[in-house]
Design a protein around this ligand. Structure first.
Ligand SMILES: O=P(O)(O)OC[C@H]1O[C@](O)(CO)[C@@H](O)[C@@H]1O
Length: 430
């Protein structure tokens, strides 16, 4: 992974080289805290040990009985789906096994997906750390019924990844389902490089060992100085810019295969760093598409944003045929990838020209090692940002109120907040 922070300096908001040096001193202190947490396998910090602790042999052994299905349907939500989705999307061109993700409870979407799947040759990969998440369990019950209606023995085609106890663990034990445990002490949004994020890829026959090797590369780069660690440099620069008013971080990969990565990053960044009335809002963007959408705001709106531009240095290309179309002759002879790269560089320069801070992250190519390195680096960047900001990076208490209220509204518990929701102020405009 290559990081260029040149365009984070001197802009408005912007950092200076003195600021970087000051941040570097603080990174050194934070690194000591992180290393202690890792050594003690403390909750949350344990995530940064996953390249060493994940057992890819055990993952492969657990999915081996399923052979090579036509499709894998992952039923989960948040970190229990997005890590797997990011890896599968990044490596989709390396497998014939389709990966589908059910991480919402939209009945029309669920119905359409179930109608499209070859349920007799689909492995259902149900993932939930708690085993109690309403969306995941509801979707699983619907999928299980659809399998039964299709005459499929769901117990033969269901794989479970969950904690030591809870509904899903009970289900796996009762029906003797193939299963794996979620990693101890690792919040879902940090679990991509684990059973949670790798089981789906293993079912697809993808190179999970390569993903872990890439993560190991990023882990080996962790150091007490931001000048020696791209992950820590990124986290520190994001923090420094947030402290100076960049309260949005637009994650803008220039590769369709990395679109899920931006969605995964959004949960990681928001759920980890949005605490105690502070935090940097992750905006999901995609290049070049959002040059015709959000770029106007990024370049000419409030000076409250950082744009993170991500691309692979190598990608397959498609030649653009020669043309005599008025004013478009220059496109002929180039490739679509050449155009995408030119647009990446033009966007970067366009933002810099207006003093809009931006950071360049490049990976060699979108493959197992590089996606593993990128995922781990972003996780480490999140941890260092949380340390610098003095936050409880590994908790997410603010999401509980809504969960309880939803459960109360469905009659799943006597919960005062449900009434509060029911009595919410209305001001309808017809
Ligand atoms: O894996 P579980 O327990 O189903 O949780 C799913 C997601 O819900 C959250 O707990 C937030 O509600 C996320 O942190 C987590 O990734």
């Amino acid at each position: 992974m290559y990081l260029d922070i040149g365009n984070a300096l001197g802009g408005s908001p912007g950092l200076t080289e003195d600021t970087l040096d000051h941040l570097d001193e603080r990174v050194g202190i934070a690194h000591e805290r992180i290393e202690q947490g890792r050594a003690d396998n403390e909750h949350g910090y344990a995530a940064l040990n996953l390249p060493k602790t994940v057992d890819t042999d055990a993952i492969r052994a657990a999915v081996e009985p399923f052979g090579t299905p036509e499709a894998v349907l992952t039923v989960g939500i948040g970190g229990s789906a997005l890590g797997a989705a990011t890896i599968s999307a990044a490596l989709a061109d390396q497998t014939d096994v389709e990966a589908h993700f059910l991480d919402n409870v939209d009945p029309e979407d669920t119905a359409e997906l179930l109608d499209s799947l070859p349920l007799d040759d689909t492995v259902v990969n149900v993932v939930s750390r708690s085993g109690t998440t309403a969306e995941t369990l509801s979707n699983f019950l619907v999928v299980r019924e659809a399998m039964a209606d299709a005459g499929v023995d769901w117990t033969e085609q269901t794989f479970v990844t969950t904690g030591d106890d809870g509904n899903l663990r009970d289900l796996a034990d009762t029906h003797d389902l193939q299963s794996l445990n979620v990693p101890e002490g690792v919040p879902g949004r940090f679990s991509a490089i684990s059973t949670v994020g790798l089981a789906c890829a293993a079912l697809q026959g993808l190179d999970i060992e390569g993903v872990v090797a890439g993560a190991q590369t990023a882990m080996n780069d962790l150091s007490g100085s931001l000048y020696e660690s791209p992950a820590y440099a990124y986290g520190a620069v994001c923090y420094g810019l947030a402290e100076r008013g960049a309260l949005t971080n637009a994650m803008m990969p220039y590769a369709e295969s990395l679109e899920y990565f931006a969605e995964w990053f959004a949960q990681l960044w928001a759920e980890s760093l949005g605490k105690e009335q502070v935090g940097q809002t992750p905006a999901r963007a995609l290049g070049a598409t959002d040059q015709h959408s959000q770029l106007q705001l990024y370049r000419a709106g409030p000076r409250d944003k950082l744009v993170t531009l991500v691309r692979p240095r190598e990608r397959e290309d498609i030649d653009i045929p020669e043309t005599d179309l008025e004013g478009l002759f220059y496109l002929g002879g180039s490739g679509l990838g050449d155009l995408l790269d030119a647009e990446f560089e033009a966007t970067e320069a366009s933002l810099a020209a207006e003093g809009r801070p931006n950071v360049r992250i490049e990976i060699d190519t979108v493959d197992a090692e590089n996606i593993g390195e990128l995922l781990y680096a972003m996780e480490a960047a999140t941890v260092i940002y949380g340390e610098l900001a003095g936050l409880s990076t590994f908790t997410q208490p603010a999401v509980e109120w809504g969960k309880k209220a939803a459960r109360g509204l469905l009659g799943g518990g006597d919960f005062a907040e449900a009434e509060a929701v029911a009595d919410k102020r209305t001001f309808e405009i017809e």
